[in-house]
Ligand binder design. Structure first.
Ligand code: NAD
Length: 510
């Protein structure tokens, strides 16, 4: 059962591990002849080779999910609950193994990887309450002798397509509520760090999930397009960059599917002059550089209002030399490498671009990256960034934090509201009245007040506004349950000879 973790750990002695699909309760080696490399980003060496699915292989996974669908949707709620408690225990007991896989393939430090698993586990725990979550309404005597009630039923086969930056948690946001609601699931994880998904599949089987209810197909655009166009898939959840989210939304809805597609972000943190500057600086460093800035909720732009600017820059600058960058398996490291060499180089190129555009490079991460073959970049701070610069407009998705300065609260809010993204936003202030006004004014889906990364707890739902979300429903929490089910209303009358007669008029309720 720990085969995947063992193999990947053993790889450190040199061998490249093959990572295969999981279809109908077992590992299935790909036959398309196409595959992709998986790296250990801290070492800069290839550790795995992941099979890329063909259209036929995606179809095999969908057919397995379809075969499992009828009996799974009939599984009683109490049995589903019991199973989810077992899944919860197994994921909890193997959290360390999953976290190690994340660190070895993504690069994030082990403590952060454990945090990712813990937040995903909360979604599984939420799903343990599925009987309560699926309760409908009941109206007795809606008309004489007639009762009306609502039920929610699963959609059938549903699919999830996930990004590299949360290889365990984001899939949990999808498969846990989807399966708890009675659907069967096909996951297409990121090809950059695919092992956690196969490991999860093994855990689900051990917990007793019937074969075919959870399937994993790896791959690139070929696999994604096969999912988006497959006639047996009823709904698609996607998390990734905005251009692909838009493409997924447009393609899958054109093929008649329900879609929630979460995209990229440019998250602002506004610091008002009355804020606790030390608290704001700690928060900015944590939220800007945690997971090397590869979080969709990372703070990437600080907006300093009035005289907050100079103090904030000084407080952050003072903290940066203490950020320990290194191999995520080393317990002393606070920030790991970026996911690939190409991504590291792209992020590094933004530092030069910022300088050329007129930003002030206060701290240059290229000068503090650890030596060796890993995909490392140190922390970068850019001051005097303005909205027309690429370093402001683009989602850099790395350890590059920008600061822009404005004179008033109104200017700061306008910057956020005019930004095409609307994922997370944070306000740092001591003024409760301003904070309350901010939550009313701001156009973003997740708002933090003196909280830099306001990822909602599992019993609320996660999602942005504007180009950060295509579709109507946010992910996990109550909206996740709504997404993975459809409603049905039953109007019922039991035979009562005393009230039976022919009546061709439109049914009346009074
Ligand atoms: P990505 O869009 O490159 O990839 C996401 C998924 O789409 C992967 O499974 C990938 O294989 C697939 N894909 C990539 N290119 C494709 C193409 N041309 N056609 C079809 N499928 C394709 O994203 P990523 O680099 O893996 O992840 C980082 C991005 O995800 C960032 O933009 C980040 O903000 C975003 N993200 C958003 C959220 C959120 O909740 N809004 C959460 C995590 C990550």
């Amino acid at each position: 059962m720990t085969e995947v973790a063992d193999q990947l750990t053993e790889e450190r002695s040199g061998e490249v591990t093959r990572i295969s699909h999981w279809i109908d309760g077992e590992r299935v080696e790909g036959t398309s002849g196409r595959n992709g490399p998986v790296y250990n980003p801290a070492l800069g060496v290839q550790t795995g080779e992941v099979d890329f699915a063909s259209v036929e292989e995606v179809d095999a996974a969908v057919q397995a999910a379809k075969r499992a669908s009828e009996s799974w949707r009939s599984f009683s709620l109490s049995r589903r609950t019991e199973l989810f408690f077992r899944i919860r225990e197994l994921v909890h007991d193997h959290a360390e193994d999953i976290a190690r896989l994340l660190t070895l393939e993504h690069g994030k430090v082990l403590s952060d990887a454990k945090g990712e698993v813990a937040r995903g586990l909360e979604v599984i725990e939420f799903c343990c309450g599925i009987p309560e979550l699926l309760k409908g309404g009941y109206s007795e005597q809606a008309s004489t002798g007639i009762d009306v009630y609502s039920i929610r039923q699963p959609l059938g086969v549903v699919a999830g397509i996930t990004p590299f930056n949360f290889p365990a948690m984001v899939p949990m946001w999808m498969w846990a509520p989807a399966i708890a609601c009675g659907n069967t699931f096909v996951l297409k994880p990121s090809e950059k760090d695919p092992s956690a998904s196969v490991y999860t599949a093994e855990l689900l089987k051990e917990a007793g999930l019937p074969d075919g209810v959870f399937n994993v197909v790896h791959g690139d655009k070929v696999a994604v397009d096969a999912v988006l166009q497959h006639p047996e898939i009823a709904a698609v959840s996607f998390v990734g960059s905005t251009p692909i989210a838009r493409y997924v939304y447009e393609t899958a809805t054109a093929h008649g599917k329900r879609v929630q597609a979460l995209g990229g972000a440019k998250n602002h943190m506004i610091v008002l002059p009355d804020a606790d500057i030390d608290m704001a600086a700690d928060a900015a460093v944590s939220a800007g550089y945690g997971s090397a800035g590869e979080r969709c909720m990372a703070v990437s732009m600080l907006v300093a209002v009035g005289h907050a600017g100079d103090d904030l820059v000084a407080a952050i600058q003072e903290r940066l030399p203490r950020v320990k960058v290194g191999d995520g398996m080393n317990p002393d490291s606070e920030m790991g490498p970026l996911v690939t060499r190409e991504h590291r180089d792209k992020v590094a190129s933004y530092i030069e671009r910022g300088r050329e555009e007129g930003a002030k490079v206060v701290t240059d991460g290229r000068e503090s990256a650890p030596d060796g073959g890993g995909f490392f970049l140190g922390v970068t701070l850019l001051d005097e960034v303005t909205p027309e610069m690429d370093v402001y407009k683009d989602e850099i998705f790395g350890p590059v934090l920008g600061i822009t300065r404005v004179e008033t609260y109104e200017e700061a809010v306008r910057l956020v509201n005019e930004n095409p993204y609307g994922n997370g936003v944070a306000l740092f202030t001591r003024d409760g009245g301003v904070a309350r006004q901010f939550q009313f004014d701001v156009k973003a889906g997740m708002v933090g007040v003196n909280v830099p990364i306001p990822v909602p707890v599992a019993y609320y739902s996660f999602g942005g506004w504007k180009s950060s979300l295509f579709g109507d429903l946010h992910i996990y929490g109550p909206e996740g349950i709504q997404f993975y089910t459809r409603g049905k209303v039953v109007t019922s009358r039991w035979p009562d000879p005393a009230t039976s007669k022919v009546d061709l008029g439109f049914p009346q309720t009074r």
